[in-house]
Structures are given as C-alpha cells and as structure tokens.
Design a protein around this ligand. Structure first.
Ligand code: NAD
Length: 483
C-alpha cells in the first residue's frame, strides 16, 4: 500500500452489528495492482444464514413502518452520498478502475436514486374499485414481498446496489445485500451509510463473499422471498433454475450486445461521439455498451476513419489521473478474456482497424488500448458479450438491413440510432427488439427515474427503477368488504 492511502477492512453487517468474516479476501486497484484497497470479510453458509435470519426477523417491524420513516431514512442516505461524492468516487475509481469523473458521477447518481425512492415511499400506490356486487367495496393494495436478496455485479458498485436497495426498503422489504467480490469496499461504504440512517437492526444486512457460497445460499434459502440479480447470463440462468421449484420472485438484469446504427443521413461527428462514448467509456464494461456499430455503406469508411482518429488520441491511464479518458480493465481475468477475443476475431477473419494491445503505464495495471474491428454478423465478436473496450463495425446496406442486423442477436437491452430522419428514428424506436432505445444518443447512459431493463436474454422479470420498481418489490392484495 502506498503512503496516505486508506486500506479498508470491510466487515459484514448482520442484525445491526459489524461482524468479522469466516475468512478474508482482498481487493486491489486495477490501475496499480501493488495497492490493496480492501481486506474484506468473506462469509460462509452459516454467516449468510444469520444475515437471512436477521432480515426475516426484522420484517414484521419494517413492513409496517410508516412511509414517513422510510422516506426520512432513504433521504438521509441520498444526502450523504451526494455530500461525499468526491471521496466515495475516489474509492470507486481505486477499486473498480473507472475514471474519477465517471466514478463521482456514479456516486451522485446513487444519491439521486435514494432521494427518488424517498419520494416514492410517500406515494405507494393503491386503488379503490366499485364491485360488481351490490354493497361490496374492493381495495387493491400493495404489500412488501418480504426478505429480498440483492446480488450485484462489480461494474457499477454504487449505482446498481442503490437502484435495488432503495426501492426494496421504500416498499417495506428487508434486505440482504451481496456485492461482487471485486468491489467489497464500495459495497461496505454504502452499507456503512445505511447502517446510520435509522433503520431497525436487521432491516438491511451486508454479506460479502463468493457467488458459489454466499450467492448460492441466498438463492436457495426458503426464507428469501425475492432475488434481484444483475450480472452475467450464465449466473442469471443458474439463479432462475435454482429458484423455480420454490417459486421465489426473481428479477434478472444480464448481458447485452447493443447495436448503434449510423445511417447515411446522420450527423457524422455526433455519431462518432455516440460511438466513442457508448463503446469505450467505463472501459466498455457496461451492459449498455455499444459493442456493435452498424454503419450504412455510404458513410461506412468515413465513419471508421473518424472514429479511428478519435481512438488514436484517447488517453488510457490510471483512473485517478486527471485527463484519463479510459481507465484500466477491472482485473486480470477480464483482461485475459478481452485478449482472447482479440485472438478469436483475428482467427475468424475479422479485419483489425485499431488497438487492443496491452499497454504499460507508470504504475502496473490492467491496461489495454481500445480496439476497433470490421466484422461480419456471424463473427463471435459481433455476437458475444465481451464486456471490454472492443467494438466492431458491421456494414449495412440501407435502413431495413441495419434494423435486421440490430435485431439479429440473442440480447435485447438497448439499441441506438444516429439519423436526421424522423421517419427512421420513429420506426427504429418501434421495431428495435430491446427494452431501451436511443436516438442520436449513446446506448449507455440512462436517467435514474425511469424504467431500466431489456428483453430476450438480457432480462427476466419486471423492470427496475422509476415507479415501475413497485412491480417487483411489492405484491398486490385485493380486499373485499361488505360496506
Ligand atoms: P457475475 O454473473 O459473474 O456475478 C454477478 C454477481 O453474482 C456477483 O455478486 C457474484 O458473486 C454473484 N454470483 C456468481 N455466481 C453465483 C451463483 N451461483 N449464485 C448466486 N450468485 C452468484 O457477473 P459480473 O462479472 O460481476 O458482472 C458482469 C456482467 O454483469 C456482465 O455480463 C454485464 O453485462 C452484466 N451487467 C448487466 C447489467 C444490466 O442491468 N443488464 C448491468 C451491469 C452489468
């Protein structure tokens, strides 16, 4: 560890108490692998079951808490995140490797999410209906689902937990939160704020450790009523299979292979900006990254030339260094996966345009240049999620062809189009087989107060975020009464 840097020692939060782990693990800084960011507690099955029991025991009290109490708690968390966004952003940049401005913006987003759901706690919807029978009144109310397990990935270690934890608590559920193993200090920092916002003991629990042991225990445990998961498709499918028999409520947000269509009538500079931002920022480690650039033949070569020029000057470096535009890859395993896709692309006959090689900086880190390929639709780099700074360009012959290429994928998270034609923009919004569309905007980068999610292999279950989150975090009760 270098002088002046804080090494965190995150513990679990179980029933309102900080608890050491069955074992310990470490997280390191991907911009400087000599630096240990956290030595964190790792739970076993037994500790995970304790956290679940604490959440189950806290449920009767929290599920009957007043909306005012929930709103006050969430608002306090939101305010603290906003007030500490620089400090927490620095922790996030150190542990995950996104650039400092990106990290600060993520913490601010998490703060805004808590504030949004503080408001939603005061607006829990219900309906009164006239009955078809005389003298009978019908009320439709929403109640909490129960104990919710929240299983998060590493790429948005503040924002993704926030958009799950905040609605879970707003609607009266209790929570067991498991962050990804690469980012325990971020998960702990969020939990530490939650531990001081006035929640009754056991309402919110933090448990760290492996997916195989901690995650699996959460998924299989009969006292866990609902699981909100974000991560890879294979893990999501495993969770769905494991929970089917016991009928737990499950929400899965998984991978993407998001297309950005560039039509011949597009503002080309704007389209290049969208591609650069969407494909490479956050080191391409976003489920909404534009990894397939589908470009109309008349502007294909010019688009590729302009994007390549931008890539040549993109500053790859330490996440904390001012001016860095793309930080390192999150860890050695992901870097290796990215490199293997570079080899696969070459082997399958894709045409290499620029980048992809490992690069050295002053500090030892997982650095690589952003990569651009010209591919065919059947190439694996055009079909599989890589989750790194590697994009490919597919040549399209007009709008209809571009649309069919855009939809030719098992994923369905987000799709974008750059065009000056209202006709094509409107048609694309209607016919792209995804959960989110963008016109003249990057595919990555969404608001915090509207629904987020996809179709096909990308998502399962009801939408996250905005008031649509109520679908997952509540269950509907229909009450009849003779008036
Ligand atoms: P991952 O699937 O490896 O892990 C996600 C979480 O699941 C981690 O906390 C992990 O410990 C846990 N886990 C692993 N095995 C488990 C098991 N058997 N049972 C229960 N939990 C288990 O994903 P990752 O590498 O952390 O994240 C990258 C992936 O996340 C990418 O595929 C990306 O597209 C996806 N992602 C999707 C969205 C979205 O909203 N669609 C957002 C961000 C990331």
């Amino acid at each position: 560890m270098k002088q002046g840097e804080i090494r965190h020692q995150p513990r679990h939060l179980i029933n309102g108490r900080w608890v050491i782990g069955a074992t310990t693990g470490v997280s390191t800084n991907p911009s400087d692998t000599r630096e240990v960011v956290a030595e964190f507690a790792r739970a076993d099955r037994n500790q995970t079951e304790q956290a679940i029991a604490a959440a189950a025991d806290a449920l009767p009290q929290w599920s009957l808490s007043t909306p005012q109490r929930r709103a006050d708690a969430l608002d306090q968390v939101g305010s603290e995140l906003l007030a500490r966004k620089e400090e927490l952003g620095a922790l996030l940049a150190r542990e995950e490797g996104k650039t400092l401005p990106e990290a600060i913006a993520e913490v601010a987003r998490a703060g805004n999410i808590f504030k949004f759901f503080a408001g939603e706690a005061l607006r829990i919807p219900g309906e009164t209906m006239a009955s078809v029978r005389p003298g009978v009144q019908v009320d439709i109310t929403r109640e909490p689902v129960g104990v919710v397990a929240i299983i998060a990935p590493w790429n948005f270690p503040f924002a993704i937990p926030a958009w799950k934890i905040a609605p879970a608590l707003a609607y009266g559920n209790t929570v067991v939160f498991k962050p990804a193993e690469l980012v325990p200090a971020c998960g702990w920092a969020l939990a530490e704020i939650l531990s001081r916002c006035g929640l009754p003991a056991g309402t919110f629990n933090l448990i760290m450790g492996s997916g195989r042991e901690v995650g699996q225990t959460l998924v299989e445990h009969p006292r866990v009523n609902a699981i909100s998961f974000t991560g890879s498709v294979p893990t999501g499918r495993r969770i769905l299979t494991a929970t089917a028999a016991r009928q737990a409520k499950v929400q899965l947000e998984m991978g993407g292979k998001n297309p950005l269509v560039v039509l011949a009538d597009a503002d080309l500079d704007q389209a290049v900006d969208c591609a650069l931002q969407g494909s490479y920022f956050s080191t391409g480690q976003r489920c909404t990254a534009s990894s397939r650039l589908i470009v109309d033949a008349p502007v294909h070569d010019e688009f590729v030339a302009r994007l390549t020029r931008r890539l040549e000057s993109l500053k790859v470096g330490h996440a904390m260094t001012r001016g860095t535009e793309m930080g390192p890859v999150v860890d050695g395993a992901q870097l290796e996966q990215n490199q293997s896709y570079m080899a696969i692309a070459a082997h399958e006959g894709a045409q290499h345009v620029w980048g992809g090689e490992l690069v050295e900086r002053e500090t030892p880190g997982h650095y690589m240049n952003p990569a651009l390929w010209l591919a065919e639709p059947h190439h694996r780099i055009a079909r599989e999620e890589i989750f790194g700074p590697i994009a490919c360009v597919l040549r399209a012959d007009g709008y209809e062809h571009a649309l069919s290429l855009a939809n030719d994928t098992p994923f369905g998270l987000c799709a974008g189009i750059c065009t000056t034609s209202l006709k094509y923009a409107m048609h694309f919004r209607r016919h792209a087989q995804v959960g989110m569309t963008m016109v003249n905007l990057p595919t990555a980068g969404v608001d915090f107060h509207v629904p987020f999610g996809g179709r096909k292999d990308s998502s399962h279950g009801s939408r996250e975020q905005g008031r649509y989150a109520a679908e997952f975090y509540t269950t509907v009760k229909t009450g009849y009464m003779l008036a």
